[in-house]
Design a protein around this ligand. Structure first.
Ligand SMILES: [Zn+2]
Length: 281
């Protein structure tokens, strides 16, 4: 288990001189900024043997999923007068699990009509192109699986899954709104909670370690739809760079990760990712 909490915004990239003076042995230079996938990039992609991808809220946003503090200066969200960091907290789960479920039901309700977009579809195709491919996501909406991705490392869990507070087993909880609040475990009838990482909680055991291993092993690492500034996910592109991988960022605008990236692709992931596998003449 990791010893650092999941979401604290103060754990942002340290962009102070200390960072660039070599605390991390990362070669810092300004990467290329592009608006389309060039032949050179396609060549880099085609010749990669191991690819790892980290996706975040921006990819879901292109499907119409609302972003909650998606990154940078997004608006602060409240619901029933409570801040979302309070609603999605381990503290509230301990004191008022019914309210937490109501909040998650509200969020699940917003997802019922949402469909994967061309970025999700492209990533599912990428998985089939490489012998060694790892998809890591911060998203909990299940859109990668819906698009056909088979192996997804869900750093923050899945909103359509519940986890028993008593025996810890997990089960699908797709009905929305849930029939019983809290839903009861299929194995032991104990009360269950959403199987998502709440503020103040650790990441699910083993998942982050797998992501770290993939980041250290790959020769091409993509950061897509996230500024990846929140630890521990932020350490993944750094781990990839330290191991010699090329880092490609795909975001709507430049982010804090841009200074690390070899290439920053500005635009919609749904338009850019399919360009890597477009039919080439
Ligand atoms: Zn149980």
């Amino acid at each position: 288990m990791r010893e650092f909490p999941v979401h604290p915004s103060e754990y942002r990239y340290n962009t102070s001189p200390v960072f660039s003076m070599g605390v991390f042995p990362v070669r810092i230079r300004s990467g290329m900024i592009l608006n389309e996938v060039t032949d050179e990039l396609i060549h880099l992609f085609d010749s990669a043997r191991s690819v790892a991808v980290l996706t975040g809220a921006g990819v879901s946003a292109e499907s119409g999923v609302p972003t909650f503090r998606g990154g940078g200066d997004t608006e602060i969200w409240t619901w029933r007068g409570k801040h979302i960091t309070e609603l999605s907290s381990a503290e509230l789960m301990a004191t008022d699990p019914k309210l937490v479920w109501e909040w998650f039901d509200y969020r699940r309700g917003m997802l019922t009509e949402v469909k994967p977009n061309p970025a999700h579809v492209a990533l599912a195709q990428w998985e089939r192109m490489f012998e060694d491919f790892t998809l890591i996501t911060q998203n909990i909406d299940d859109l990668h699986r819906m698009a056909g991705s088979l192996n997804v490392l869900e750093l923050h869990g899945n909103i359509w899954r519940a986890r028993c507070l008593r025996c810890l087993s997990t089960f699908e909880a797709r009905e929305c709104p849930i029939e019983q609040n809290p839903p009861l475990c299929l194995a032991c009838s104990g009360p269950a909670r959403p199987d998502v990482v709440l503020f103040g909680e650790m990441l699910p055991e083993g998942i982050f370690e797998k992501a770290e291993t993939a980041a250290s092993r790959c020769d091409l690492f993509f950061v897509i739809g996230t500024s990846a500034v929140v630890y521990p996910a932020a350490s993944l592109p750094i781990a990839a760079k330290q191991s010699g991988a090329k880092l490609i960022e795909v975001n709507a605008e430049r982010t804090d990760i841009s200074f690390l990236a070899d290439v920053t692709l500005l635009g919609k992931a749904g338009e850019l990712l399919p360009q890597f596998i477009k039919v080439r003449g």
